[in-house]
Write a protein that binds this ligand. Structure first.
Ligand code: SAM
Ligand code: SF4
Length: 389
């Protein structure tokens, strides 16, 4: 089998063609650690803001010298809590990215924010820095659940932050966590209804997962399987009815409001990850290079050996592309797969597991594209285990 990643589309000047080039910057600090969270996020009494700014700018410069000539489709400040970043650091990073590469005029520039009033006070400055999409971690719309989730904001603050975000940014998303302890179908029906009444352009709706090593591990039980399935189904129905269909397992958008940045991950485009714990998938000389940055903020800032890299095999590329692409309701694009792997998707997957998944209507072909059905999305991990033994 032949690796043929470097097939740019006509007129495109990045190696992943229409799948895009995305830049992710990780800010690893939070005011408090939420008991369910296993993201690379840390609480620190003091942060040397100048050193962090210098180090992140240096990383952008270093990356630019290796990846010349890219057009940047999206930038994402994720965390942790990037709404604790000084706005002038955000501005300096956007300017440096624009200086190093060609930043598309319509590039999507997202910042994740927590909805406390202090952070909302910085929204204007982030917009002035160039952020044009805010992603707010609301998590719940009632005070009891927010307390139980260990959040340091209440529902009133979340609502105020949402309204201000809508006035300040052209595009907004907000995150909710459902399948919380004790949450019934009717609780979620009314809470999601309230969220949809706000007419967001984009909603990320995650089922609570209990992660190893978090404070919830061993103290909170995930929702029973049947209830989780019913909650998922209800979520799809309510969002469809409100004109916000799922385009990925947990992400819903009005037409045209999908996150370009996240689509680059799911379509297996080219993405650069900078900052502690960030991952990237670069396309260099036809190879797919997996990068990961050191997770500890202090070790990362110290500078030595910040990034580890490995070249992925064709099999790894195919597996990753399927794992990411099948999360999308439109599935894995056959033409993109051929570009990435060098073999048509149907040939690559030919086998009895695929036939069985097709017969069970968990997967289906749409021309050369392969997608999971709604039932397939519900049990995607099992589908992938069957498909990619
Ligand atoms: C990087 S995190 C947090 C962003 C921001 N710091 C915040 O807390 O609002 C992105 C999203 O992942 C979701 N999330 C994190 N841990 C989760 C878990 N264990 N189960 C379900 N969703 C989770 C939350 O909705 C969260 O907003
Ligand atoms: S959920 Fe957000 S605020 Fe809470 S610890 Fe994780 S990254 Fe930090």
């Amino acid at each position: 089998m032949v690796a043929s990643a470097n097939h740019s589309r006509p007129g495109s000047d990045h190696p992943a063609g229409g799948r895009g080039f995305a830049v992710y910057l990780h800010w690893p600090f939070c005011l408090a650690k939420c008991p369910y969270c296993d993201f690379n996020s840390h609480v620190r009494e003091s942060i040397d803001q100048n050193a962090w700014r210098r180090a992140l700018l240096d990383e952008v410069d270093r990356a630019a010298s290796r990846l010349p000539g890219r057009r940047v489709d999206s930038i994402f400040f994720g965390g942790g809590t990037p709404s604790l970043m000084p706005p002038d650091t955000v501005a300096a990073l956007i300017d440096r990215i624009a200086h190093c590469w060609n930043l598309e005029g319509d590039a999507e520039i997202t910042l994740e924010a927590n909805p406390t009033s202090v952070e909302a006070g910085r929204f204007r400055a982030y917009a002035d820095a160039g952020v044009n999409r805010l992603s707010l971690g609301v998590q719940a719309l009632n005070d009891g659940d927010l307390r139980r989730l260990g959040r340091n904001h209440d529902a009133g603050q979340a609502m105020a932050a949402l309204l201000l975000a809508r006035e300040t940014f052209p595009r907004c998303n907000f995150d909710l966590i459902y399948a919380r302890p004790g949450q019934s179908l009717s609780d979620w029906r009314s809470e999601l209804g309230q969220a949809l009444d706000l007419q967001p352009g984009h909603l990320s709706l995650y089922q609570l997962s209990i992660e190893k090593g978090t404070a919830f591990d061993g103290t909170v039980r995930p929702a029973e399987e049947d209830l989780a399935a019913d909650l998922f189904e209800l979520t799809q129905t309510l969002c469809d009815d409100a004109g916000l269909p799922a385009y990925e397992i947990s992400n819903h958008a009005a037409p045209g409001q999908e996150s370009r940045h996240n689509l680059t991950y799911w379509r297996y485009g080219e993405y650069l990850g900078l900052g502690p714990g960030a991952h990237g998938r670069l396309l260099i000389d036809g190879e797919r290079v997996a990068t990961s940055q050191r997770t500890s903020p202090e070790n990362w800032l110290a500078g030595d050996g910040r990034s580890k890299e490995s070249v992925l095999s064709v099999e790894e590329r195919a597996t990753e592309m399927l794992m990411m692409g099948l999360r999308l309701t439109r599935g894995v694009n056959g033409a993109d797969f051929l570009t990435e792997v060098g073999v048509p998707l149907a040939e690559w997957l030919d086998g009895s597991s695929l036939d069985q998944l097709l017969r069970q209507k968990l997967l289906s072909w749409h021309g050369e594209d392969l997608a999971a059905s709604r039932d397939g999305l519900q049990v995607l991990n099992a589908v992938l285990a069957e498909l990619l033994p």
